[in-house]
Design a protein around this ligand. Structure first.
Ligand code: C5J
Length: 223
């Protein structure tokens, strides 16, 4: 079987039709000034650094016909899917539903909720709006994966220790073989990214694998 040179040991690759590239929350609200990330006091340039790597992975997956899934953290305009506990948390300058420079924060359809232009989904790619940190909670992701008989998930996106980690843990519990692409994920806090990669792959890959994008691309291209 083909494989990707990964940590803590090689990641087995089945046929390309069983693999999906999952791009978590690469939306303006987290990556651009004036969004939710900045309102919480974060330096958004830290997340912008991974954009070229995610673009390269996306281009290769498109060329190879690999399923691409984009997720978006967002809520309905009436906030009916946003628990008060989530809305009240953070105490930043703006909270979920407030009007900011890019429209209402984390509200579906607002300018700030769009995926950044560099990674705009192509027709046919799956877009999963999600009200939680995990992409399996209150979404159609389980059905989308089951319909396509996808078993292997390659994770990218932001932030490593919040929505990416939560989704990878949810996927692992559901039986998916999960690999986090090291230089295609970012956090506002470098230490949190390092710790997340270590804890997900510890104990013989207790949640899954990690690998640099060069090894992922080499593995996919040779399949
Ligand atoms: C956060 C996310 N950090 N996409 N969301 O609130 O990680």
């Amino acid at each position: 079987m083909a494989e990707i040179l990964a940590h803590p040991y090689p990641y087995p690759l089945p046929s390309l039709s069983q693999v999906a590239l999952v791009i978590i929350d690469m939306q303006r609200d987290f990556l651009e000034p004036g969004g939710f990330g900045e309102a919480l006091g974060n330096d958004v340039t830290k997340l912008q650094a991974i954009v070229p790597t995610v673009q390269a992975l996306l281009a290769t997956c498109r060329r190879l016909g690999i399923t691409v899934i984009h997720t978006l953290e967002c809520h309905q305009p009436d906030l009916s899917d946003c628990p008060p506990a989530k809305r009240e948390r953070g105490k930043g300058s703006l909270t979920i539903g407030d009007r900011g420079p890019m429209g209402r924060i984390l509200i579906q359809g607002e300018p700030g909720n769009a995926i950044i232009p560099e990674l705009t989904p192509a027709p046919g790619e799956i877009i999963i709006p999600k009200p939680g940190k995990g992409a399996f909670y209150h979404t159609t992701l389980p059905q989308e994966l089951a319909q396509r008989q996808i078993t292997h998930l390659l994770f990218t996106g932001v932030t490593t220790e919040v929505c990416v980690q939560t989704t990878m843990r949810e996927a692992n519990d559901r039986g998916y073989e999960c690999l986090l692409i090291e230089d295609a994920t970012a956090s506002y806090f470098e230490d949190f990214k390092t710790a997340t990669l270590a804890m997900l792959t510890a104990q013989g890959g207790i949640i899954g694998w990690s690998a640099p994008s060069t090894e992922v691309l080499a593995g996919l291209i040779n399949l």
